[in-house]
Design a protein around this ligand. Structure first.
Ligand SMILES: Cc1ncc(COP(=O)(O)O)c(C=O)c1O
Length: 352
């Protein structure tokens, strides 16, 4: 606390990101990064872009990157917005679409940045209580809110819904903007992108951090009708004209163009996820069926917090949330086959 702090800064409870340890090398299964490197074509494009040209500002419109995303998703360039990670895109949505004092709604157990952005931008929120099996009760979203935020798959549960659930919501609340956060969609869920031309109240947000192995370069994007995209551009251009640096623009462009590497990497992670889920079940864990690059698990005999601490001592980081209703659950990111074999071996040793 400091006497120069604004009321907003004094009151806010900032988001706490997963640990990025510096003191020793852990098997990192705590922040849902991709365990594989980006495609060789991406690394080559980074090398090519690392030249004296970094003295020049990047393209403020990231036009080439938007073009590549538009081509991949078969939409128009003016239906694509890019930002410095999908966190920034989600943050920009608040001043773009919600007025201070408006209300939005999202599940009670979901991406923990949503309440933080709401507080930062003076937007009220109503949460919808997840069912006991962690499914989202779509019929419970309230009417009269200005926005609904829903990740698909949800985080940290990994549970996905069919797009007909999203479509029903879009139809039921035509005057509410529905923002679908698809950070993990590529690992087996169905994208709502094909609905953007049918519904002007839909915005889909995705990221290069997970399925495209670029968390360190911070690139995210939104797809929606051109009116929604223009609102995001207006916020961006009132904040920072150059949110995506030259290297990140080129790398992300190469990443979206290398479809073969993308599908191959996603498939590897999905295979490892399914195998790990079976092994964890054999060890007495309840495993929520996941369509993401992580598993949400709880053990019948050993408390999640104890497992978290013991795994850390063994050099493995996973995520434990001290949040009501999920304090006995762990979120485990999918690493390489070898990482997951070590995890299972260490857990087995803890069970004897
Ligand atoms: C549900 C969800 N949405 C968005 C993000 C943000 O990702 P990024 O800012 O790296 O694009 C994350 C990151 O973990 C997430 O879990």
């Amino acid at each position: 606390m400091n006497r120069f702090w604004s009321k907003t800064v004094s009151d806010i409870k900032p988001y706490i990101p997963g640990e990025q340890p510096r003191e020793k090398k852990y098997i990192k299964l705590n922040t849902n990064e991709n365990p594989y490197p980006p495609s060789p074509k991406v690394l080559e494009s980074i090398r090519n872009e690392t030249s004296a040209d970094v003295r020049l500002y990047p393209d403020p419109d990231a036009a080439a990157l938007k073009g590549a995303i538009a081509l991949f998703y078969q939409v128009d360039c003016n239906e694509v917005f890019v930002g410095n990670g999908s966190d920034e895109v989600l943050a920009f949505c608040f001043p773009a679409f919600f007025n201070p004092g408006d209300a939005v709604s999202f599940p009670d157990i979901t991406y923990s940045f949503f309440p933080v952005y709401s507080q930062l931008f003076g937007v009220k929120y109503e949460t919808v209580r997840l069912n006991d099996d962690f499914s989202i009760p779509f019929d419970d979203f309230p009417s009269g809110v200005r926005g609904i935020l829903v990740p698909n798959p949800n985080a940290p549960t990994g549970l996905a819904v069919d797009t007909d659930k999203v479509e029903k919501l879009l139809k039921k609340f035509p005057d509410t903007l529905v923002i679908v956060d698809e950070a993990y969609v590529d690992f087996g869920a169905c994208s709502s992108v094909p609905l953007i031309n049918k519904y002007d109240n839909l915005l889909v947000v995705q990221t290069f951090s997970k399925s495209r192995c670029l968390a360190g370069l911070r690139v995210g994007f939104a797809i929606g009708n051109s009116g929604l995209i223009e609102a995001l551009e207006r916020v961006k251009n009132s904040f920072n004209s150059y949110t995506i640096d030259r290297i990140a623009q080129k790398a992300a462009e190469a990443a979206i163009e290398d479809k073969h590497y993308f599908y191959q990497t996603v498939k590897r992670i999905v295979n490892t996820r399914e195998k790990t889920a079976q092994e964890l079940e054999r060890l007495g864990f309840t495993v929520i069926p996941s369509k993401a690059n992580f598993l949400f698990v709880s053990h019948k005999d050993i408390a999640a917090e104890d497992l978290f601490v013991k795994l850390r001592q063994e050099g493995i980081l996973v995520r434990h949330f001290r949040t009501s209703r999920i304090e006995n659950w762990l979120r485990i990111s999918i690493g390489t086959e070898d990482d997951m074999a070590v995890l299972i071996e260490k857990l087995k040793a803890m069970m004897v």
